[in-house]
Design a protein around this ligand. Structure first.
Ligand SMILES: *Cc1c(COP(=O)(O)O)cnc(C)c1O
Length: 396
């Protein structure tokens, strides 16, 4: 007899607690639009009373993500930033956060411009350097905030090591797992307390929904997040919850295809003389290649690369044809973005430069196009851009 626990992650994406709607037998989770629910008994209310507090469609998604991350409870929010901001509401005035320095731009903005107004301070550190992490600890440090691989430089932080530093200090570890998803990395199994997602990216996967997810293991902490989700109220709508549920069903195959292409592209870019640097933890000479292989199943489908200068970058962006040039990542179509003006525009220039997010850096999220087509497109655009640079330098 084949038990559900023994099934692979890939199979469980389809055959899980939400496989069938039991009252009807429907093989797709029904979308429950009701905001309020009739109560049959004046003294004891049913499981559902009001959809901000609990809604069956949102609950289905929350159950699925909790199982995927091996947590006890999941929570769905109206955006990744809503999930992240709500988790930070666990903190109180006078608390301190140690946070990874090349964090997502929106998280940077929330921590520096919102939390700071409530008397919650922070220290940015390069979390790949554990000594620096320890130096940043203060008596009032309550949260260690990790994003790995980081955005956009794909640095890898040791989740196990940070979690044990945090535990020894009585603090919590938050991990933004957007880039890898539980298909590749499960932070709760490595000691983290809270996993955060922008489900806008790989989990939903089709650039058609904005959503956030949180997963917690400890039941007491889960109750606190549940309380904050209901109090702050940035819950995910039911249509969007359904879209994320549908996207998750194909997560495994989408990632497998995109990772395979990402590896080929990273290698080809590394060998291309027009490229100064390639950042991808799936390349053997990436400084954290071994750590990445230890804590995650694979390196993911996002990579960054640096061109010789901004002029070549601008020319390349104007010539490359397949990827959309846009913010965001983790979609069926390849997305090329310019961190300096997109994801990290909220970061002041000197802070960006300090972190190595230069004006000649591009980030690529590899989609599902044929990898040979992508490679050819990149190669052609790069050689044309370099040719024009030579003409420019000669002053013709
Ligand atoms: C996009 C993103 C976020 C923010 O999520 P939204 O859904 O856009 O609010 C947070 N962290 C990472 C790593 C992201 O890529």
């Amino acid at each position: 007899m084949c038990e559900i626990e023994s099934w692979s992650f890939q199979t469980k994406l389809l055959h899980n607690s939400q496989k069938i709607d039991h009252p009807t037998g429907a093989v797709s989770v029904p979308i429950q639009h009701a905001s309020t629910f009739h109560q049959y008994d004046i003294d004891s209310f049913g499981k559902y009373d009001y959809s901000r507090s609990l809604n069956p469609t949102r609950e289905a998604l929350e159950t699925v993500i909790a199982d995927m991350e091996e947590g006890t409870r999941g929570f769905a929010f109206s955006s990744g930033m809503a999930a992240i901001s709500t988790a930070f509401l666990l903190l109180s005035k006078g608390d301190h956060v140690v946070i990874t320095e090349d964090v997502y731009g929106g998280t940077y903005r929330f921590v520096t411009e919102v939390l700071s107004r409530y008397g919650i301070n922070h220290t940015f550190v390069d979390m790949t350097d554990l000594d620096k992490v320890k130096e940043a600890i203060r008596p009032n440090t309550k949260v260690f905030y990790v994003e790995t691989p980081s955005n956009p430089l794909l640095k890898v932080t040791d989740i196990k090591a940070i979690s044990s530093i945090a535990k020894a200090h009585g603090a919590l570890t938050f991990v933004d797992n957007t880039f890898l998803t539980p298909a590749l990395q499960k932070p709760l199994t490595l000691g983290a307390d809270i996993v955060l997602h922008s489900a806008t990216k790989f989990l939903s996967g089709h650039s058609d929904v904005v959503a956030g997810l949180t997963v917690v293991k400890d039941p007491v902490l889960a109750d606190r997040i549940g309380f904050l989700q209901n109090s702050f109220g940035a819950v995910l709508g039911v249509q969007d919850a359904w879209l994320v549920l549908r996207g998750i069903k194909t997560l495994h195959v989408r990632l497998a295809q995109s990772i395979q292409s990402a590896k080929q592209i990273a290698q080809a870019l590394k060998e291309n003389p027009a490229i100064k640097n390639v950042y991808y933890p799936g390349l053997e000479d990436h400084p954290h290649y071994v750590l990445q292989g230890r804590q995650a199943k694979d390196a993911g489908a996002v990579l960054s690369f640096e061109l010789e200068n901004e002029r070549i970058l601008r020319d390349f962006v104007s010539k490359v044809k397949i990827p959309v040039f846009a913010v965001s990542l983790g979609a069926v179509e390849s997305i090329l973005s310019y961190p300096a003006k997109m994801s990290h525009a909220a970061m002041p220039l000197h802070e960006r430069e300090k972190r190595g997010i230069s004006n000649s850096l591009l980030r690529l999220s590899v989609g599902l196009e044929n990898s040979e087509d992508l490679l050819r497109d990149f190669k052609t655009a790069l050689s044309a851009s370099r040719f024009e640079e030579k003409v420019f330098q000669r002053g013709e």
